[in-house]
Design a protein around this ligand. Structure first.
Ligand code: ADP
Length: 270
C-alpha cells in the first residue's frame, strides 16, 4: 500500500499536516478499493447474460438453420437476455448518477403530493390486478428541494418492489404525511417479507435475497441501492421494517422546504 508520512516527533504543525495527509491517503485508498470492488461486481453480473446469449448463439449455429423451433426459441431467448443486459447497464448508470448527486446544487422545487399521485397512477396502470391504495395526508403545497425525476425514481423503485415481491394478497399501501421539517412516505406490501439478516444487506448493490427469484422477475439487485443513495443525497433516510411471510414496509424521510423562509414563496421550476 502507499507510503504514509511518519510522525516527526517534536513539531506539532508538521505532525498535524502529516496526519491530514495520511487521512487523505486513507480516503483515496478506500475509494480505489470501492471502485475495484464495483468493477469486479459488474463483471460478475455481466457474465450470466453473456453466457446465456453465447449458449443460444451456439444452439442457433448448430441447429437453428434446420430447426425452425430452435431458431425461434433461441432468437427470442437471446434477445430477451440482451434486453436484461440493457436494463442492467441502465440501472448501473442510474446508480452512478445517484452517487454523484450534490443536493446543494439542486434548485428544483418539487410538489410531493402531485408526484406521489402521478407515480401511484402509473404503477396502478401497469399492474391492473393489484390495488395500489394511497392515503396522502399532506397539503398541496408541501414541497421538497429535489428533482422531480429523483423523487419519482425513489417511489417507482419501492412500489415496483412491493408489487414484485407480493404473494397472494395483491395489495400495496402508500401513506404519506408531513411534519413542519420533514415528509414521511411509507410503502407497505403483504408479500414474502425479508429476514432480519437480509434486511441488513438489501441496500447493498447487487444484493438479492433470492437470486433466481429476483432474476426471474427482472431484478438486478440495484433498485434499492439507487433509492438509498438518492434519499441520502438529499439529506433523508430510507429504512425497512419487515416480517418474513407477512410483508414489508419501506419508509422514506425527506426534509421539506421550510414554509417560514420568505424567499421560498415563489415556487419556480427549473
Ligand atoms: P431487485 O432488482 O432484485 O428487486 P432491489 O435492490 O430493488 O433489487 O432489492 C434487493 C432485494 O431485496 C430483492 O432482490 C429482494 O430480494 C429484496 N426486496 C426488495 N423489496 C422487497 C419487498 N418489498 N419485499 C420482499 N423483498 C424485497
Amino acid at each position: 500500500s502507499a507510503a504514509r508520512i511518519p510522525n516527526f516527533s517534536g513539531n506539532d504543525e508538521i505532525n498535524d499536516l502529516a496526519d491530514q495527509f495520511n487521512q487523505m491517503l486513507d480516503q483515496v485508498q478506500r475509494y480505489i478499493e470501492q471502485q475495484k470492488q464495483f468493477v469486479g461486481d459488474v463483471s460478475h453480473e455481466l457474465r450470466t447474460p453473456v453466457a446465456v446469449i453465447e449458449g443460444h448463439l451456439n444452439l442457433l449455429n448448430r441447429w437453428g438453420k434446420d430447426d425452425p423451433e430452435v431458431l425461434d426459441e433461441s432468437l427470442k431467448a437471446a434477445s430477451q437476455e440482451a434486453e436484461r443486459m440493457n436494463s442492467l447497464i441502465e440501472e448501473m448508470l442510474q446508480l452512478t448518477r445517484a452517487e454523484q448527486v450534490e443536493s446543494k446544487n439542486v434548485q428544483e422545487i418539487t410538489d410531493v403530493r402531485e408526484v406521489i399521485m402521478g407515480v401511484v397512477d402509473s404503477i396502478q396502470m401497469l399492474h391492473q390486478d393489484f390495488s395500489i391504495l394511497s392515503d396522502i395526508e399532506m397539503n398541496a403545497d408541501v414541497s421538497v428541494r429535489m428533482t422531480r425525476n429523483h423523487l419519482e425514481q425513489i417511489l417507482i423503485i419501492l412500489l415496483d418492489n412491493a408489487v414484485k415481491y407480493s404473494t397472494k394478497r395483491k395489495e400495496v399501501h402508500l401513506s404519506a404525511d408531513t411534519t413542519p421539517q420533514e415528509i414521511h412516505i411509507v410503502v407497505q406490501d403483504f408479500g414474502m417479507g425479508i429476514s432480519p439478516e437480509s434486511q441488513q444487506r438489501i441496500f447493498d448493490r447487487f444484493y438479492r435475497v433470492d437470486k433466481a427469484r429476483s432474476r426471474e422477475r427482472g431484478g438486478n439487485g440495484l433498485g434499492l441501492s439507487i433509492a438509498y443513495r438518492l434519499v441520502k443525497a438529499y439529506g433523508g433516510q430510507l429504512t425497512v421494517d419487515s416480517v418474513e411471510g407477512s410483508g414489508s414496509m419501506f419508509k422514506v424521510t425527506l426534509p421539506t422546504i421550510s414554509e417560514s423562509i420568505p424567499e421560498s414563496t415563489d415556487h419556480e421550476e427549473d
